[in-house]
Write a protein that binds this ligand. Structure first.
Ligand code: UD1
Length: 338
């Protein structure tokens, strides 16, 4: 009973993989997810993989009353891993208030609930988008937080500041910010993975859908950047490695005697270009991808990758998978989808 942890967005892409890793480590995740950007069958898959069926509430995390009722019902909670958020960058530009209302609103409810029910541990899903266009491609946690390139990015910066301000007010909170680089891949069983709604915004789901024939052709957004092959560079990290980092962050948080507010970069430390991703995908899966070079996409950062030393040294986190494994797992998952 004393290993219970709320996982908002626990049926989502990163959330569901994290639930699996938490269960493996003997935690008891309680999922809050209203399936607005996931599907109920993901919960069945969690049971299939882990042999366990976590408690689940279909609740909107901005619904303060419903959220408080959940905290009230579980008096032995350790804390919260807060994934639930809208994440479509393009949509956030056309409908910014949806993002502020949901992402910032749910963060406020989570922090209020933590204060009311004396929950100490908070692990928050942040993003490398908080670094904006960095001066150097390799960023550490001390690199400046910059103007993000979208309202989505701004909500991540605001949520980080909300946690910091609550911590600074003297609240008994242990706040861990995990700044994800580019999550890709799927569970090695091919039973869990990303479920993009409509036309994917992100590179890898667009690649897998093109390979499957759902999309006709992938467009590479620009090959005239100042990088070795002219395409953007990102740090692509396997979702299972990312999920494991959440468990290590929670373990670490539980071992701290003082309150804190700490950010960690979660990336492999290695940058890959768009063309490298395409070539690796073709090679590991032995297929040809239909792609063309197109215009640059507005708002794209030229190159960014993590300096992941802090997560390694402090959390003891090591990546198990490389991009080849991740791109194989992404394809296995895509092939298994209806
Ligand atoms: C994007 C967001 C970032 C967010 C992350 C969440 C932007 C500018 N950034 O990161 O804030 O945290 O998603 O997952 O939207 N690409 C193509 N063709 C495609 C799709 C992508 O060439 O059809 C390229 C992009 O130009 C980029 C790379 O692939 O260089 C990765 O793109 P994407 O997967 O969208 O991630 P980010 O833009 O890095």
């Amino acid at each position: 009973m004393d290993r219970q942890i709320i996982v908002t967005g626990g049926a989502g892409y990163i959330g569901s993989h994290t639930v699996i890793e938490l269960l493996k480590e003997g935690y008891e995740p309680i999922i809050i997810d209203d399936f607005r950007n996931s599907k109920p069958f993901i919960l069945d898959r969690i049971t299939e993989i882990s042999g366990e069926t976590p408690i689940h509430y279909s609740v909107d995390c901005t619904d303060e009353e419903a959220m408080m009722a959940i905290f009230e019902k579980h008096p032995n909670l350790l804390g919260i891993i807060h994934f639930a958020a809208d994440k479509a960058v393009g949509e956030s530009v056309t409908n910014p208030l949806k993002y502020y209302q949901n992402n910032v609103g749910s963060m406020a409810v989570v922090l209020k609930g933590m204060a009311k029910y004396n929950l100490e541990h908070l692990v928050f899903s942040s993003s490398c988008t908080v670094y904006g266009e960095p001066d150097q491609a390799e960023v550490t946690e001390d690199s400046p937080v910059r103007e993000a390139n979208s309202p989505y990015g701004h909500t991540k910066i605001i949520c980080e500041k909300m946690i910091r301000d609550v911590f600074a007010s003297g609240a008994a909170i242990k706040g861990t910010l995990l700044r994800y680089f580019n999550p890709i891949g799927a569970h090695p069983s091919a039973r869990l993975g990303e479920l993009p709604q409509g036309i994917p915004n992100n590179l890898v789901p667009y690649i897998t859908q093109t390979a499957k024939g759902i999309r006709e052709q992938l467009t590479v957004f620009g090959d005239d950047y100042d990088t070795p092959d002219g395409t953007n560079i990102r740090d692509y990290i396997h979702v299972v490695d990312l999920a494991r980092a959440h468990v290590l962050a929670l373990n670490w948080s539980l071992n701290q005697s003082q309150t804190f507010y700490e950010a960690f970069n979660l990336g492999t430390g290695k940058g890959s270009s768009v063309l490298e991703i395409i070539n690796t995908f073709e090679k590991v899966n032995q297929l040809k991808l239909n792609y063309q070079i197109g215009e640059r996409r507005a708002g794209d950062v030229v190159q960014i990758y993590a300096n992941g030393n802090k997560a390694k040294e402090v959390l003891g986190w090591e990546c198990e998978y490389d991009i080849s494994a991740a791109l194989k797992h992404s394809w296995e998952w895509e092939k298994g989808l209806e």
